[in-house]
Ligand binder design. Structure first.
Ligand code: MN3
Length: 248
């Protein structure tokens, strides 16, 4: 009884420390590029996974997503994935100073469902926020455009395939543009918070663009009309960032 209480108390203390560290690091460090940035390497020992600040305001994506949805999605849903990921890496004794988030995802089958869901949830949302911009060029240029035209026939054909992947994902999940191991661009989807970096995923490769098709991402404005959400979402895709990922 007393042992149980002690371990529970120490867990709560650890969790409180994590929460404090998140709050502290959010105040002190202006950008978390170093957390997920350079191939996800957490560069400072002891700093847990955190959300990067958005590069736009909640209202700025109104062409596709209303401000309330953005606020709840970023500050509640996605924040919870980051918080739960931090809890899970502590509980499962993952040394995040040694392991990038990407490589953790690559061997996610070794860990608990909590770690899988929240590592995926954190990675996917960070990628999603960065994949959008208030002003979109509406299509890529250069080498990425050429590759899309080569692998899908045309940019419009790619958009149709990607849209269909998002529409066709049963229940909750993500649609993806992925560079596979043969350096070919492919489109697909994953369930829940899985992603193409995970060893358990059928769709495999480097994610270049991801679309959240969970109802929490669109229901306030679009209700049951997921296709309308996807069609409008093309108006806020940040092709500069997607191109950087492709070139990288
Ligand atoms: Mn979401």
């Amino acid at each position: 009884m007393s042992t149980k209480n002690t371990s529970r108390r120490s867990f709560i203390t650890d969790a409180a420390k994590t929460t404090a560290a998140v709050a502290l690091s959010a105040t002190v460090i202006p950008s978390f590029a170093n957390i997920m940035g350079k191939k996800g390497q957490a560069s400072m020992v002891g700093i847990p996974y955190s959300q990067r600040p958005l590069s736009y305001g909640y209202k700025d994506l109104e062409a596709a997503i209303d401000a309330t949805t953005m606020e709840i999605h970023y500050s509640k849903h996605a924040a919870t994935y980051a918080k739960n990921l931090n809890e899970a890496v502590i509980a499962e004794k993952v040394n995040i100073s040694n392991v990038s988030l990407e490589s953790l995802l690559g061997k996610i089958s070794k860990y608990s469902p909590k770690l899988r869901n929240n590592a995926g949830g954190h990675y996917n949302h960070e990628l999603f926020w960065q994949s959008m911009a208030a002003k979109s060029s509406l299509k890529p240029e250069g080498k990425l455009l050429a590759a899309i035209e080569k692998d899908f026939g045309s940019f419009e054909a790619f958009k149709t395939q990607f849209t269909d992947a998002g529409k066709g994902r049963f229940g909750s999940g993500w649609a993806w543009l992925v560079l596979n191991n043969d350096k070919k661009l492919i489109v697909g989807s994953t369930p829940n918070q899985d992603n193409p970096l995970m060893d358990i995923s059928e769709l495999k490769g480097t994610p270049l663009l991801g679309l959240d098709v969970w109802e929490h991402a669109y229901y306030l404005r679009y209700m049951n009309k997921r296709p309308d959400y996807i069609n409008n979402w093309w108006n806020v895709v940040n092709w500069d960032v997607v191109t950087q990922r492709y070139n990288g």
